[in-house]
Ligand binder design. Structure first.
Ligand SMILES: [Zn+2]
Length: 119
């Protein structure tokens, strides 16, 4: 089923959402850097279990940070190149407002995404 292309107001609305999300993500990244990700592993102060906890927390924080910076890059790319926005990177068809409302940073239409996941 072919999706209709985004109307200019729909595009504008999604753009505003992405701009807000970009600001939020940038603040998150700042917060991570202020907090300082490396966890101090004091052999004497923490037991084995809490050391594992600390390492896991650090790994989670790093994974989060990696995801956040990927998301940031994606949003920046969309905002820089708005003409490309809303079209599937795979087949070039319109992704459709329904899907973009749920996933504003979607790069693939629902069909291509489905094919990718079913491989
Ligand atoms: Zn597609």
């Amino acid at each position: 089923m072919k999706q209709t292309e985004l109307t200019p107001p729909q595009k504008q609305q999604l753009r505003t959402r992405l701009e807000n999300q970009l600001t939020e993500l940038e603040q998150q990244v700042c917060a991570i850097h202020i907090r300082g990700v490396p966890v101090q592993l004091d052999q004497q102060a923490v037991g084995r279990v809490s050391r594992i906890d600390a390492i896991q927390q650090q790994q989670m924080a790093q994974a989060n940070e990696a995801q956040t910076s990927r998301q940031l890059q994606r949003i920046r790319q969309i905002l820089l190149d708005p003409d490309e926005y809303g079209f599937c990177h795979e087949c070039g068809e319109s992704i459709g407002i329904g899907r973009l409302t749920i996933h504003p940073t979607a790069e693939l239409c629902i069909q291509c995404q489905g094919e990718l996941e079913n491989l």
